[in-house]
Write a protein that binds this ligand. Structure first.
Ligand SMILES: [Zn+2]
Ligand SMILES: [Zn+2]
Length: 407
């Protein structure tokens, strides 16, 4: 943990969250003491294990890879099932969860803007954050159109509490009646399963930013850890942070990642589509860079800049987009960057790109391009090496006259 980081300003306690969270822990301990696992039917324990795994996949496949990062597209039935499973995990609605998670990726480790920043300590990043009700200043900058458009997300957000109680408590108790153990079902599938789902998911925010390997990037605290991967449906391969648009958490065949296997199976069955992967060369480059750095102490300058000899003024840039309808041309760090073919891959969505791909008039009636350098460089998102390298690859010309753009 960095001691130089300043803690975020004091915020209100979220009493309803805190009370439910603490009460569930106390109730689980007392109930398990009164009704130990050795005294309940095997069916009860088996159901608790299955419901734990299903709730976990609702989070990893649904909340995380489908809705937060749009790594694939799913039909209505698959989305409804994933929303129901995710509701049973008691981690908030899809919309609530995704907006915070998108903030986490944009501002990883920032003590103020990352909701579960690892730089605020292991306890805070694990579960301390859920006791508070902070105002996330930058959450309004996070793309949410896709979430608002999805009727499943809207319905689940509106009826979240009822859905969570129904899927997390009522369904297990009803199933427990089948072998006449509704009380055991309540204790093990209602209370104990809740703790397992919570703490295994929270480990991704805490231990997976604390201990493990960094084969892809050391720009933030994310790390890969095989024990966590087993406990979290594959999410413990967390150093893949730099490639959030990839449906896999571990791209190697040897990486334990049941969530990616399930997505691949659903794809094979035709139930999901548009399954996205990072480009192999980008993954290879990231691994190669980290290998060179950790084994040989070499840090390349990555000064890939093939367009440095081509210079455009404003008129030339306008001519370029005029001949290409739908082109999305940005100004970043003194270069024109054509991101048209990258729009669908951008983890932050397309809206920001479109907002910044704009020519506007200044006070003197002069046309100017909007400069994205601030937004790209950390104002809206702390982009990592892989993203910066990608933007360099997409450069089409150097700006010949700085006065063509405005901030
Ligand atoms: Zn993370
Ligand atoms: Zn993520």
């Amino acid at each position: 943990m960095s001691s130089s980081q300043q803690p975020a300003p004091a915020v209100k306690i979220w009493w309803s969250n805190a009370t439910f969270f603490v009460f569930t822990h106390i109730a689980a301990v007392i109930c398990v003491y009164l009704r130990p696992p050795t005294t309940v039917p095997l069916e009860t324990l088996f159901m608790a294990f299955i419901l734990w795994q299903l709730a976990d996949f609702g989070i990893t496949i649904g909340y995380h890879r489908l809705w937060s990062h749009r790594t694939f597209r799913a039909n209505l039935y698959v989305r409804v099932i994933l929303a129901a499973l995710g509701s049973s995990a008691f981690q908030g609605s899809i919309k609530w969860w995704c907006l915070r998670h998108r903030l986490h990726h944009r501002f990883t480790d920032d003590p103020q803007h990352d909701p579960y920043s690892a730089t605020r300590g292991l306890f805070y990043s694990h579960m301390g954050w859920i006791f508070f009700k902070p105002v996330y200043e930058r959450v309004k900058l996070v793309d949410r159109e896709d979430l608002d458009r999805d009727p499943v997300v809207r319905f689940q957000h509106k009826h979240y509490v009822s859905l969570a109680i129904f899927s997390g408590y009522i369904v297990p108790v009803a199933l427990g009646y089948l072998w006449r153990d509704p009380v055991g079902a309540f204790i093990y599938s209602g209370l104990v399963t809740r703790l397992l789902v919570w703490h295994c998911t929270f480990l991704v925010n805490s231990l997976a930013h604390w201990d493990g390997l960094q084969p892809y990037s050391d720009e933030d605290t994310s790390r890969g850890n095989i024990v966590l991967a087993i406990l979290t449906g594959g999410e413990g391969n967390h150093n893949f942070h730099a490639f959030p648009h990839d449906y896999r958490s571990g791209p190697s065949r040897l990486d334990w990642d049941p969530s990616k296997w399930i997505i691949a199976a659903l794809h094979f069955l035709g139930l999901v589509k548009s399954v996205r992967r990072a480009r192999p060369e980008d993954i290879h480059e990231a691994r190669f860079y980290m290998h060179q750095k950790t084994r040989c102490g070499i840090t390349d300058s990555d000064s890939h800049n093939k367009w440095s000899e081509v210079e455009w003024n404003c008129e030339q840039a306008k001519a370029y987009i005029t001949g290409r309808p739908g082109t999305c041309l940005l100004v970043i760090d003194g270069f024109f960057v054509d991101v048209s073919n990258y729009l669908g891959e951008h983890p932050g969505g397309t809206k920001l790109f479109r907002d910044y791909s704009r020519i506007s008039m200044d006070d003197n009636g002069k046309e100017r391009w909007r400069d994205s350098s601030w937004a790209f460089g950390g104002g809206l998102n702390n982009h990592g090496r892989a993203a910066k390298r990608k933007m360099r690859e997409l450069r089409v010309a150097r700006i010949s006259d700085d006065s063509v753009f405005c901030s």
